[in-house]
Write a protein that binds this ligand. Sequence first.
Ligand SMILES: C[S@@+](CC[C@H](N)C(=O)[O-])C[C@H]1O[C@@H](n2cnc3c(N)ncnc32)[C@H](O)[C@@H]1O
Length: 246
Amino acid sequence: MEPTLNDKPLQNFTPNERIALVKRIFNSVTPHYDLLNRLMSARQDVRWRKFTAKRIPTDATRVLDVATGTGDLAIEIAHRRPQVQIAGVDFVERMMRPAQTKTVARGLNGRIAYAAGDALALPFRDDEFDAATIAFGIRNIPDRAAALREMARVVKPGGKVMVLEMTFPKSLGLRRFFEWYLNHVMPVVGRTISGNQEAYRYLPASIQDFLHPDELARLFSEVGLSSVKAFPLTLGITYLHEGIVP
Ligand SMILES: C[S@@+](CC[C@H](N)C(=O)[O-])C[C@H]1O[C@@H](n2cnc3c(N)ncnc32)[C@H](O)[C@@H]1O
C-alpha cells in the first residue's frame, strides 16, 4: 500500500513514494485545477506565466513545456511567440485533457502538441529545442538536478532552461503571513472546492519543502547551466530561474 500524508509528513516519503503520491494527486485534482490555481493565487499565476512566456527568446522556433499539466504555460507561450511550435509533456495524461480542449478552443492545435512523458526521461532527442520550461512542476520531482539536466539535454547550446516555481519569501513578516496562508487557508479552500483533502495538504507541504531561490540558482550552476538569472515575482512568493545551455 502506498503511504498517504495521513501516514507521515512529506519529508519522510522516499523518492518513489513521493512520485506515486504526485501521480495520485494530479490524477484526482484535474477537474478543479485551473479554478483553484486562479483562486488561491488571486490570479497571480496568470501574471507569472505571462512573465515567463515573455522571457522565451524572440528567435525561438521550438519550445518544450515540461510537466505541462492543463497547458496554461504552453498556451501563453503560443500566444506570445506566434512563430513557435510547442511540445507539452506530462506523466499524468488526465491533466493534459483540459490542455487539449483549451488548445483547440483557442485555435492553437496546429501549434501545440501534447505527449505523455516523464521529465526524467523526456521523449526527445538531444538539442531539439530553443528553450525548455517547467512551471510549478520541479517541486514535485524529487531529483531536481536530474530534471534540470534532462531539460538541458534536449535544448540546443545557447538555448534556455526556465523554471517557474513557488518558494518561500525572504522577508520574515511575509514568510509568517505566507506560512499562515499555506497551512490554514489553502487546505480549507482546496478541500472545500475540490473535496480532495490530501491534494491541498500536499500543496503547502511541497512548497515548504522546496529549495530556497539561492539554492535553486546554485543547482542551475552545478548542472552546468550558465548566465543564471533569478526573477522574484509577487514579493518573492514565486521565482523564475533561467540558465543558458553551454
Ligand atoms: C502543479 S502542476 C503544474 C501544471 C502546469 N505546468 C501549470 O503551470 O499549471 C504539476 C504537474 O507536474 C506533473 N509532473 C510531476 N512530476 C512529473 C514528471 N516527473 N514528469 C512529468 N510530469 C510531471 C504533474 O503530473 C502535474 O501535471
